[in-house]
Design a protein around this ligand. Structure first.
Ligand code: AMO
Length: 461
């Protein structure tokens, strides 16, 4: 449809927006901004780039001007070819720059960009209160988080989140390939799925509602619809303790699938999913992995050990007393990983058959030992990153288990609808994205792996 057509209908101000119109770079001529990734193919040519001035380093007779583009930091050279004064530039001002791409082996990208003209698009109102353009942001975690909109601009800081994005892309590609359907479940819910006290309560127009602790109920319901589903989205936990592994809002990577032969099917799927994500990182995040010197784990199968056996094993190997026979202490998770790695070379370990006492009501109990559930956790480099397992699919069995826990069945009518009207044997898992990212980057606090972490003391920025 042409814009003239609109005029005939009596409109005068109506404009037709064309898909992806090229940016008009009026001040410096030329129309097209070349993505940094493509510049290497334009050696010897004139090109236009856009980004923020990351750093200006004056040398004798010339200057290095680093421009932070959406993909990478480009080393630009200010010399006699420039038709503007270096004084016009300041750090964190946003520019479009026209210049020449020249081969330069010593540059990280293999080329330099020799500046000729710049168009200043905006200037900061004040100089940054914290230095962000050194190799690392040299400050403690609290300060790093206080200035997050700024500190994330640091090359290393932002690289962490390109890696996190790469992980999600790897998961998504893998799951799509395995014919999982991506879903988006509600985050305002009428009942908690995971039990425990860590649930946020809402006043929902005078009624009580909650923030979803997980997409558990909904992903199960959707197994009845699509058989295989996944979701990558926010979940909420009112953690009252300030720990290095807990956030009040985190990103949960969930999948759920039907027609499984046991919870082992879920562990096999997760092993393959993690393998695929590591391959995706190698393929698409090479420069970030190199910058942060990330050691990717080798995944050639993941060893599995029963919970009770693992507890005993650690107690004996390290001469420790068992304080809580039904759960791991953080230190035990570390020791187990250490020992497993020594014995098998794997940085991951599945711990299976968790005691029912510590598992939610939807977990299926083991036939051979009803005290245990057909569930597992996955530990990676000393930290639990996943919980998963087989769920109860029979209506009678589910109602019985809920009653035995003193739960009010009436509150769970909509959840139980799927059981009542037929469900296949199914199971799934939830993986904490920040925990996985933090361990991958060998950070000792999950907050480093969250863009804007929420904890008991922090809701800003
Ligand atoms: P669970 O409650 O164990 O299981 O959570 C699954 C995974 O989420 C991560 N995690 C957290 N990460 C950061 N901050 C927190 N406060 C936090 N709490 C949990 C952990 C954990 O392994 N519905 C089940 C999963 C399932 O069975 O499908 C669930 O939510 O990495």
């Amino acid at each position: 449809m042409k814009s003239a057509g609109y005029k005939n209908q009596g409109f005068t101000q109506l404009k037709l927006i064309q898909p992806k119109n090229e940016v008009e770079v009026s001040d410096i001529g030329g129309k097209k901004v070349t993505p940094a990734e493509e510049l290497a193919a334009h050696i010897g040519e004139t090109a236009i780039i856009q980004g923020s001035i990351y750093k200006i380093r004056k040398m004798s007779g010339f200057a290095f001007v680093l421009i932070r583009t959406r993909e990478m930091v480009i080393q630009c050279i200010y010399n006699e070819e420039a038709e503007f004064s270096l004084e016009e530039l300041q750090e964190e001002c946003c520019v479009r720059a026209k210049g020449r791409v020249v081969k330069e082996e010593r540059s990280r990208t293999g080329y330099d960009f020799v500046l000729r003209q710049v168009e200043i698009l905006s200037r900061p109102a004040e100089p940054a209160p914290i230095v962000i353009n050194q190799k690392r942001v040299d400050t403690g975690l609290e300060h790093l988080l206080d200035y997050r909109p700024l500190t994330l601009r640091n090359e290393r800081e932002r690289a962490s989140f390109k890696i996190q994005e790469g992980l999600c892309r790897g998961f998504r590609r893998f799951l799509e390939n395995e014919q999982f359907t991506e879903i988006h479940s509600p985050k305002i819910v009428a009942e908690g799925a995971e039990g425990g006290a860590n649930i946020f309560r809402l006043n929902y127009f005078g009624k009580e509602a909650f923030l979803a602790q997980s997409p558990q109920f909904y992903k199960q319901m959707m197994v009845g619809v699509f058989e295989r589903v996944f979701e990558i989205g926010p979940v909420f936990r009112a953690e009252k303790h300030d720990t290095s592994r807990h956030l009040n809002e985190y990103t949960s990577v969930d999948f759920e699938m039907g027609y499984i032969s046991g919870f082992e099917t879920i562990m096999e799927m997760e092993t393959a999913m993690l393998q695929a994500a590591m391959e995706e990182l190698k393929k698409t995040c090479g420069k970030e992995l190199a910058l942060l010197q990330v050691k990717l784990p080798e995944i050639n199968g993941i060893p599995a050990i029963r919970f009770r056996e693992a507890k005993k094993w650690i107690a004996e190997a390290y001469g420790r007393e068992i304080h809580d026979p039904d759960d791991f202490e953080p230190e035990e998770e570390k020791l187990l990983c250490e020992r497993i790695q020594k014995e098998t070379g794997s940085e991951f370990v599945f711990v299976t058959h968790y005691p029912g006492k510590k598992r939610p009501f939807y977990a299926m109990d083991s036939q051979e030992n009803p005290e245990e559930t057909l569930s597992f956790d996955l530990l990676f480099r000393g930290l639990e990153i996943t919980t998963g397992g087989q769920r109860i699919h029979s209506y009678e069995e589910q109602v019985k288990k809920m009653k035995s826990r003193g739960m009010n069945i009436g509150n769970f009518e909509s959840y139980l609808m799927m059981h009542k009207y037929g469900m296949p044997p199914h199971g799934g898992l939830g993986l904490g994205l920040e925990r996985l990212t933090a361990r991958l980057l060998e950070k000792d606090n999950v907050r480093y792996a969250s863009l804007f972490p929420r904890d008991i003391n922090r809701v800003t920025p």
